[in-house]
Design a protein around this ligand. Structure first.
Ligand code: ZN
Length: 44
């Protein structure tokens, strides 16, 4: 999921799988669609 977070008075969009922050909601959603951060099988 993409979570919104407030930082330095600005709204950021955070990928809940890997913690990456985006300043654009669409960028965050695009990242989320191919994010491997929440998949344990990705880690060897
Ligand atoms: Zn991610």
């Amino acid at each position: 999921m993409v979570a919104t977070t407030q930082r330095d008075g600005e709204t950021w969009y955070e990928c809940e799988d890997c913690g990456l922050l985006f300043d654009d909601r669409d960028d965050a959603r695009m990242h989320e669609s191919d994010c491997d951060g929440g998949d344990p099988s990705y880690i060897q």
